[in-house]
Design a protein around this ligand. Sequence first.
Ligand SMILES: Cc1ncc(COP(=O)(O)O)c(C=O)c1O
Length: 421
Amino acid sequence: MSKLAINGGQPVRSKAWEFNFHGPAEIGELEKEYVMNVLNHGKVFRFMNDEDKSYPAMMEKFYRERLGVNYALAVNGGTSALICALAALGVGPGDEVIVPAYTFIATAAAVLAVRAVPVIVECDDTLNMDPEAFEAAITPYTKAVIPVHMRGVMAQLNEIVAIAKKHGLYVVEDAAQANGGSYFGKPFGSIGDIGCFSFQFFKVITSGEGGMVVTNNEVWAARAGYQHDSAYQFWGDQISVPSIPGENYRMSEINGALGYAQAQKMDGIVSKLRHNKKRIVAGIKDIPGIRLQRVVDPEGDVSTGVIFFVEDKALAQPFSEALRAEGIPNGNIFNGGFADRHIYRNWDYIMDKRMASPVGTPWNCSEYKGNVDYHADMCPVTLDYLSRAISIGLNQRIADEDCDDVIQAVTKVAESLLIKA
Ligand SMILES: Cc1ncc(COP(=O)(O)O)c(C=O)c1O
């Protein structure tokens, strides 16, 4: 057994790790061309352009066709996409919305933005919402559930949608981190009542900032449109659905141009990511002492990362450090250190039930009859998985040799730290 690099041995890899973000790493001539088109004609406001010339409108068409849905609405972020979705469904004061304990804080913040109460439930070994925990958390006040496809890995939608149907709840799919993925052949975002995407910098494709709302329902589509623009009727066709006041979540032409160029690259990015993940998974799946995150449909996984669990959480941090010393950047997802806003216990304003004004909050307004409470240790199963999880971020530019370095390094560290003599 060779000596670990952390103990002075030879590292598996000394070459720098190519760590580029997904979409941003691909910004090139096409993005420049489309953005320059907008700057050259100068109509940066989307509703000044004909539908066939507007880049946000082209993105919407792209999503409608790709997902096979009737309606798509480009917005200025994933958070605003979620807010539009919830507002479209009529979620508001007095309602509870169930969210997983492991997701970006924005999922829960969107619930608060429509003045409803987020209810946090456990994740399982998929690191996504545990369907049983979801069902157990349903109360007479529950109106919707937001399964999240965290890090590109699918939530268990068959189970979640069936439970939601049984209880008459809406399903909003948060696919912010999962652009380009699918669930047993169906594209993410097209399975729940409404799907939401983000094109923020860290996502599979980027428009700088941006998002998309997709649905098959005409009324919800119109209401999402109203929510994304307080004067929606000024610009488009007159819609028969009664209007509601909105905010300003419009996507600009510049963001649309960047996003539309990136959309052409999405399949290329995802297929390379999948190739890399498959190669690494094949090489590490049988290593004694580690267990891979459960992925219910590997074919649909966006594959932005590889996550595995070690059995003993006390070994997770040493494992992570040893692996880094071997030249493989990685992280132990939860170790009480950095207050990662993807983990519910670090959602400070939610844990403290704090809104901009203390009056009439989602929790203390007269409409709310429930009694949801939060505390740092309320989801021990999720914390246990995250504290034992080692996460390696993948990039589409990583070559087969880089994947093989990962396999060799994980094997080496596992043999040293996990396998008892
Ligand atoms: C799971 C999840 N939901 C929602 C969002 C919000 O997206 P945005 O940052 O575009 O508002 C993000 C990412 O930032 C996310 O990761």
